[in-house]
Write a new protein. Structure first.
Length: 205
């Protein structure tokens, strides 16, 4: 009986030690980002491309704090450059932070997160005139910061001790940014997709 108790205690101790060291203290993600923007009024829906980076501190196996920074851009919103149309170029930069909850199971690490912060938008438009003066109208520019947040999740797949592949991170992406005409702020209800590589490092936990 005594010997069995020692074996069980040793097995539990080994299992807990192995479990405690199955993840690193910090993560850094680098990847591609696609955002589908949906304006409340002033611009048609459009798709922008860019990149994003994340840094995460893992407080334990399931809870992390995340900082997210990224930028996407799109040109010629509203269609091709033709006479009598408006050619809109728009870049949106975001800086966000918040909690992440992960479920670690072998090579798989699905997670959900909610991030809050701000976004900066820079937009310009050129009214295209009629021939023979196709660029006779000036370019107007609007810029400004506003509230931003995301809510969603993703999946990391372990390929080595310090490298995970992230095939998908899908999120609702809310912006409150200056309207294109400059008359106050408007709400953008967007979809954000990211994919890339996540690197882990720091003291094993």
């Amino acid at each position: 009986m005594k010997r069995m108790a020692i074996v069980i205690a040793g097995t539990l101790t080994f299992s807990l030690a192995a479990t405690a060291k199955d993840y690193q203290q910090m993560d850094t993600f680098l990847g591609y980002t696609l955002t589908q923007f949906h304006s409340s009024s002033t611009l048609p829906s459009y798709t922008a491309h860019g990149g994003s980076a994340q840094w995460a501190y893992n407080f334990n196996r399931w809870f992390s704090g995340v900082v997210d920074a990224g930028a996407v851009t799109s040109c010629c919103i509203g269609g091709e450059r033709t006479f009598d149309l408006v050619d809109v170029n728009r870049t949106v930069v975001n800086i966000l932070g918040g909690p992440r909850v992960s479920l670690r199971s072998g090579r798989w690490k699905p997670y959900i997160q909610a991030l809050f912060g701000g976004a900066y938008a820079n937009a310009s438009a050129e009214a295209v005139g009629v021939a023979p003066l196709p660029n006779s109208f000036p370019r107007d520019i609007t810029t400004g910061w506003g509230f931003a947040m995301t809510a969603g999740g993703g999946l990391d797949i372990k390929v080595s001790k310090h490298v995970y592949v992230r095939p998908v991170q899908a999120e609702y992406f809310l912006n409150r940014l200056q309207s294109f005409q400059g008359f106050g702020k408007e709400t953008w209800n967007n979809f954000r997709y990211s994919a890339g590589i996540n690197f882990t490092y720091g003291r094993p936990q």
